[in-house]
Design a protein around this ligand. Structure first.
Ligand code: AMP
Length: 430
């Protein structure tokens, strides 16, 4: 026999009952987003490769090493093949959609969220997958709508703390930084380039290259031997201009006032080139090496970089896979019970049809119902009901149908009662 085919390395199936935990996080996110006036956007899973190269940045790990990219078949011989990429993140797609649909012309802030899979060819390990899931949100719009305001940064971070609370994740830390505007970044990059000139030969191959091409990315390096040098490099805070410094101070002031704990971490520049000013990351103690639960930041020049209008914005992406792992490590949060309330057991040949009507009526009345099979005897029906996790079992035999009176048994307590057909749903709800 041929070997069975397995899921590709770095991808996986989410099975019940774990999927209930995923739904719990997704539902909590939708609820919180709605209260903060965010609305869902769904963008394609694949995009033109150039979108990511021009936004995330050619020198980032994501674009230089991790994208799933292929050439599409040209529609005509004269046409050039288009390079396509499975999205490694969703901010670029959202900003592309903002530009394409001229959302800026509404004159109001766009508050958008998404939930969906992302793809990166990373080395798989605990908490790191090649197909993983992100929930993210973005606020962007013309400056006249207040999109540059530090109030937006603080609101999105406050919303995340609220989401963590409602999902049930407690053991988190918030790290905050400002990477300044494009001019600050240029001056800082120059300072890094100069500081790295004398030491880069002692660093890894990636750092040696980046010291020339994009020195900021050296701060992302995870190679243990390079860390001492990186710690000694100039700090970004010394290169922020007055408006950026003020912006950062204002974000911190609001966060202090709403009572959010955070640490300023000047090395946290995040692995994507489009960030400006505020960057942040929430980490979790129960996740091991891949401790980042979520990350985000401001991207004031991204829309223009993609050929769109001026549309400052801020957003984040949280790793759903890691949220679920964090929840499982907290032990306080159990898997939500999605078992049916009742198991309807047809008793005797020919009772499937009657049982189907009863099951349909209960389901219409919002009762989660599992339905058996008339080839089962009473004992097998009890076993199937137990296995389904149902709290009650109801037998549907000829006598019950004729009298419209049914025996309803509580499978946990063993208590049994006789209930009129019209009263079954009410009994279960009470
Ligand atoms: P990033 O888009 O790199 O800023 O990542 C945002 C969040 O997505 C991270 O904090 C992680 O929680 C999650 N994430 C990123 N890459 C992966 C991956 N390969 N597997 C699982 N989660 C990931």
């Amino acid at each position: 026999m041929a070997d069975p085919i397995k899921a590709v390395r770095g991808t996986r199936d989410i099975l019940p009952p774990d999927s209930a935990l995923w739904q719990h996080v997704e539902q909590a996110a939708r609820d919180v987003f709605q209260r903060y006036d965010f609305h869902e956007i769904r963008t394609p899973i694949f995009e033109d490769t150039q979108l990511f190269a021009r936004s995330v940045g050619e020198e980032t790990d994501i674009v230089s090493k991790e994208m799933f990219t292929w050439e599409d078949r040209p529609r005509a011989q004269s046409e050039k093949a288009q390079s396509l990429t499975l999205r490694p993140e969703n901010t670029a797609g959202v900003v592309r959609a903002y530009i394409e649909h001229k959302l800026g012309e509404t004159g109001k802030l766009q508050k958008l969220y998404y939930i969906g899979p992302q793809f990166r060819r990373e080395r798989p390990q605990k908490g790191r997958f090649r197909q993983f899931y992100q929930i993210g949100a973005e606020v962007l719009g013309p400056p006249s709508a207040g999109s540059e305001s530090p109030a937006r940064d603080a609101e999105i971070i406050t919303m995340l703390a609220q989401l963590l609370r409602e999902v049930g994740i407690r053991n988190w830390e918030l790290q905050l930084n400002s990477v300044g505007c494009a001019d600050d970044r240029a001056r800082y990059n120059q300072a890094l380039r100069e500081a790295l000139a004398g030491v880069k030969d002692k660093m890894c191959a990636d750092c040696r290259r980046r010291a020339e091409t994009n020195p900021l990315r050296v701060l992302d390096c995870k190679v243990p031997e390079d860390q001492r040098i990186i710690e000694s490099l100039p700090k970004i805070s010394a290169y922020l201009d007055e408006p950026c410094r003020e912006h950062f101070n204002e974000v911190r002031k609001i966060l202090n006032h709403v009572g959010l704990r955070y640490q300023v971490n000047e090395r946290m520049v995040r692995g994507l080139d489009y960030y400006t000013r505020t960057t942040f990351e929430f980490t979790h103690g129960g996740l091991g090496a891949q401790s980042a639960l979520l990350g985000g930041g401001r991207y004031d020049g991204l829309s223009e970089g993609l050929g769109g209008p001026k549309a400052p914005g801020i957003g984040f992406a949280l790793g759903l896979d890691r949220f679920v792992l964090a929840l499982q490590s907290e032990e306080t949060v159990g898997i939500p019970d999605q078992s049916p309330a009742i198991y309807v057991a047809p008793l005797g040949q020919g009772m499937n049809a009657e049982a189907a009507v009863i099951a349909r009526d209960l389901r219409k009345q919002q009762i989660a119902t599992e339905l058996g099979d008339d080839t089962f005897r009473a004992k097998k029906s009890f076993e199937a009901a137990e296995r389904s996790g149902a709290k009650f079992i109801l037998f549907v035999g000829e006598n019950e149908i004729a009298s419209e009176q049914f025996a309803l048994k509580n499978l946990k307590s063993g208590e049994q009662m006789t209930v009129a057909r019209a009263e079954i749903a009410n009994k279960l709800k009470s």
